[in-house]
Design a protein around this ligand. Sequence first.
Ligand SMILES: NS(=O)(=O)c1cc(F)ccc1F
Ligand SMILES: [Zn+2]
Length: 266
Amino acid sequence: TMINPNYYPWGYDSDNGPDQWHKNYPIAKGRHQSPIEINNKEVHYDRSLLPWFASYDPGAAKTILNNGKTCRIVFDDSFDRSVLRGGPLPGVYRLRQLHFHWGSSDDHGSEHVVNGVRYAGELHLLHWNPKYSNYLDAVRRTDGIAVLAIFLQVGKTPKPEMKRILEEINAIKTKGKEAPFPNFDPSILFPKSHDYWTYHGSFTTPPCEECITWIILREPIIVSSDQMAKLRSLSKNAENEPDLPLVDNWRPTQPRYFRMVSASFL
Ligand SMILES: NS(=O)(=O)c1cc(F)ccc1F
Ligand SMILES: [Zn+2]
C-alpha cells in the first residue's frame, strides 16, 4: 500500500496465495487450521450434540460489499440481535457477516471437501461470542467465533432466496464498492436438513486465527450455473484498475492432525 511499499497483500495468486501466507501469518502452519477434508470413515457420530438454532432479525442486515476477496453482507452486531445458538455452542453467538467462496468453474470452489467432493462454492455465516468485549477480542479466543458453513451445489432448480443477493452483485462489481442491503434474514438460505459436522479450526484467510467452532451443514443449497457465473463477474480490483475476475477465493484443505470431526447424524 502507499504507507508501506514493502507490504504485499495476501491473496489467492501464486505469489501471494495460500502457500505463502505463513511468511506473514505463521499461524497458517498451525495444528488447527481450516478448511479440512471431511471423510465419513473418520467422522464420529456424537449423540450428545444438540440441534442448532438461528434467530436472526432481518432489520440487522446493513450492507453488501466487494472487498476484492469476496462478496460480504454485514449485519448490526452491537447487541444480541441476530444470534446462533445450540449445536456444539456453549451459548449465543452474534451474527456479524456472511460471505462466499467460489471457483472459476462449477466443478470446484468450496473450501471444505466431503468424501472427495468439492462443491461449486461455500457460504459462511460468521458469528462471535459476546462473552468477549468485542469481535477483535473474540478472534483471539478458541471459543470466540462460530461459522455456519453451507455448500453451494449447481443444479437445475436454484433456491429462489439466493436471487436477491445475486441481483445486488451489479452494484458492487469492483473492489471497495458497497450498497445498502436492508431487511434480509439469511436463514431463508438454509437447506431443509439441519444435520451438521463440527470441529475446531481457523479462519480460512489470513491471519488464520484458530478461534472457530465450525458447523458445516451436510445438505447443500442449490444454485444455478448462471448464479455462479454472476459471482464470477465480480472484479478483484477497483474500478480504476484492470478488471480481473474475482474467482478461486478458496483455501486448499489443511492437515487435520489430531482433531475429531463430530457428526450430529448417523
Ligand atoms: N472464511 S472464514 O469464515 O474463515 C473468515 C471469516 C472472516 F470474517 C474473516 C476471515 C475469514 F477467513
Ligand atoms: Zn469464509
